[in-house]
Design a binder for this molecule. Structure first.
Ligand SMILES: [Ca+2]
Ligand SMILES: [Ca+2]
Length: 351
């Protein structure tokens, strides 16, 4: 483009933005990088389900893990469908890039399935991690990620990394991407489950006579990047699947905040364990179409909540505890209920 043409284009673009945003100024804020946000069109219409998924779509989206040690905690990551009371068919626990076979798959920091278990940070290397290019003239950023249980990571709407192990054994990953500021990271996070649709798993595994067949598991994400970005309460986090519930009324809505404040607590062991088992309810919300986009308007989403290692239950998790230097300063985050919120989107725009 010539200089004059560029000026004309810029003037036209500004005019177009003025027309687009004129009536909805509140939802059309500048991002600082000159990109306007979409209007806040998030639907907060709840969908209610009861009981377990009536149809299994995929019995196990990851069957590549061989049990070479009896202590390995290998679980099937199944995907099912359930119909809400309003007729909506919902995929549980979530519709994921992993299920669709999208990539790139994550590069292992620690992964028992692939026998990659460096003893400490000094024994790790990011040298062979492929760089996902978002901007050719951007900065190469290296990141370290632990998610309980599944993550997929998008940067500026481009899929950068898909968790190798959707459920268990607990793994951790390294990512590299090339991008210019401002850029937006968006994570889809899933606390996986055996009892599809009621937010419950078997615990502990391997299954023993003492195993609870219906146990509400919990989630968590921690990530730290070489440009100084790390997970903390400056991120946004929204929940889309809340279970197990004795009654859908237990979810209290205040605009964007979908909370469960009356169930004893937000973490184990304080969160109530209901006895409804296969008859439990769940409340779902539609996941917005463009949640990965830098234009997606999360202005009104709640901030992420920070949790301690003890609350997440990772004080003896080698995928994490072997590499304290790689996660130094980062906080475990989730939406407000670590136990009942099972599908969470976390977003952060780095300026
Ligand atoms: Ca995982
Ligand atoms: Ca859960």
């Amino acid at each position: 483009m010539t200089s004059n043409a560029r000026k004309r284009f810029s003037a036209m673009r500004n005019l177009a933005l003025a027309i687009t945003c004129g009536g909805v100024l509140a939802g059309c804020q500048s991002m600082g990088g000159g990109v306007a946000l979409d209007p806040d069109n998030t639907s907060y219409k709840r969908m209610v389900t009861q009981g377990e998924a009536t149809k299994i779509i995929v019995p196990n989206i990851y069957d590549g893990c061989q049990q070479y040690d009896p202590k390995m905690n290998i679980r099937k990551s199944a995907v099912g469908q359930i119909t809400a009371t309003d007729g909506t068919v919902i995929t549980v626990p979530a519709e994921t890039a992993a299920q669709k076979g999208l990539g790139p798959k994550s590069f292992d920091l620690y992964n028992e399935c692939n026998k990659i278990r460096p003893e400490n940070t000094a024994a790790t290397s990011a040298a062979n991690v492929p760089v996902v290019e978002i901007d050719a003239d951007g900065e190469v950023i290296t990141g370290y990620i632990v998610a309980d249980n599944y993550y997929e990571m998008w940067v500026n709407g481009k899929l950068v990394s898909v968790d190798n192990t959707p459920y268990t054994p607990f793994n951790s990953s390294i990512v590299k991407f090339k991008v210019k500021r401002p850029y937006t990271m968006a994570f889809l996070l899933v606390d996986w489950e055996e009892h599809l649709g009621v937010g419950m798993e078997q615990f502990p595994v391997p299954v023993t006579p003492a195993t609870s067949q219906y146990y509400p598991g919990d989630g968590g994400l921690i990530a730290r990047f070489s440009d100084g970005t790390m997970t903390d309460a400056t991120w946004k986090a929204q929940t889309f699947y809340i279970a197990p519930l004795m009654d859908p009324k237990e979810v209290v809505e205040r605009g964007n905040i979908h909370d469960t404040p009356n169930l004893g607590g937000r973490t184990h062991p304080f969160a109530r364990k209901p006895n409804c088992e296969a008859k439990c309810f769940a409340v779902h919300y539609p996941i917005p179409e463009n949640w990965q986009s830098p234009r997606f308007n999360d202005t009104n989403w709640p901030r992420a909540w920070e949790f301690t290692d003890q609350e997440i239950g990772v004080t003896a998790l080698p995928a994490y505890t072997r590499y304290p230097e790689l996660f130094d300063g980062a906080r475990w985050i989730w939406s407000q209920n670590l136990v009942l919120d099972n599908v969470v989107i976390a977003r952060k725009t780095v300026r």
